[in-house]
Design a protein around this ligand. Structure first.
Ligand SMILES: N[C@@H](CCC(=O)N[C@@H](CS)C(=O)NCC(=O)O)C(=O)O
Length: 280
């Protein structure tokens, strides 16, 4: 430890000042809508309200994979939710996701429409609806869901913990960087040992477990998030790198990653998608 803190927590925490850092302006301690705003509805059965972050692209990649298999009912409208401007707190968005986080899905092909929030729940819902990318045999299904839910439990340590303190916090603090680096390296080792035995996370087949984990751990090792390849010595996780490089080349992955993305190289951005031709 090189820094010491003079901060003494008050008896009762008060929401009286911004915490600083990249996302400080949207952080708030209460749920619910801050303003009235209906969500737009497009022409396709599936309406996705999202942003091209690692959690968002899990879903657009699955939808593009389903379309690549010829599942026409997987056609979707992808609307941009600008989370840095607080769009996740609009009344329409909150009615689809009371947790005010992207991604959120509305399936208008059911009566009444089905809302689904939480990326893992959305992946499972779509995989079951279309009968793809999730094994049906009980043991294989359990293994796939284990790696899917592993991602939902583990990725916040990578994003909200490591990524936040290493890349986004207003200052570099040794204590949280050490704590989350330790955990993220352990997680990478968990993946690496599994992938030493298997081509994909659950075996020979590419599943929603890979789609959930690739935008986090895959992007981490190939340098697409947090610029931490050297710091984490990602070269020592050879199997994770091999897995990530294979998935990166899938055409549906390349397409899905562009959807709702508004940063980076211009040819990798597509703020909204309302037709397959938008990506061509
Ligand atoms: N557990 C959620 C996490 C979703 C999440 O953290 N989304 C972030 C963007 S990646 C978000 O919408 N943040 C807006 C906010 O916190 O206000 C999931 O897997 O869907």
């Amino acid at each position: 430890m090189t820094e010491s803190s003079t901060y003494v927590p008050p008896k009762v925490w008060q929401w009286d000042k911004e915490s600083g850092g990249k996302f400080a302006s949207i952080n708030r301690p209460i749920a619910g809508a801050t303003h009235e705003k209906e969500l737009p509805i497009g022409k396709h059965p599936l309406q996705l309200y999202s942003l091209g972050t690692p959690n968002g692209v899990k879903v657009t990649v699955l939808l593009e994979e389903l379309l690549a298999l010829g599942k026409r009912e997987a056609e979707y409208d992808a609307w941009l939710i600008k989370i840095t401007e607080g769009a996740q707190f609009g009344s329409g968005f909150v009615s689809v996701n009371p947790n005010s986080k992207i991604p959120a899905l509305l399936d208008t092909s059911t009566n009444p429409p089905t809302r689904v929030f939480e990326s893992g729940a959305i992946l499972m819902y779509l995989a079951e609806k279309f009968g793809e990318f999730l094994p049906t045999a009980p043991s294989a299904r359990a293994e796939c869901l284990s790696w899917l839910f592993w991602n939902i439990g583990s990725a916040p340590f990578l994003g909200g913990g490591f990524g936040h303190f290493y890349a986004y916090a207003p200052e570099k603090f040794e204590y949280p960087i050490n704590r989350y680096t330790m955990e993220v390296k352990r997680q990478l080792d968990v993946l690496d040992r599994n992938l030493a035995e298997r081509r994909f996370l659950c075996g020979d087949d590419y599943t929603i477990a890979d789609m959930a984990n690739y935008p986090w751990y895959g992007h981490l090792v190939i340098g697409k998030i947090y610029d931490a390849q050297e710091f984490l010595d990602v070269g020592s996780y050879r199997n994770v790198e091999r897995w990530a490089r294979e998935i990166k080349e899938r055409p549906a992955v390349k397409r899905g990653q562009r959807v709702n993305t508004t940063w980076g190289p211009e040819d990798k951005q597509l703020p909204e998608r309302h037709d397959a031709s938008d990506l061509d």
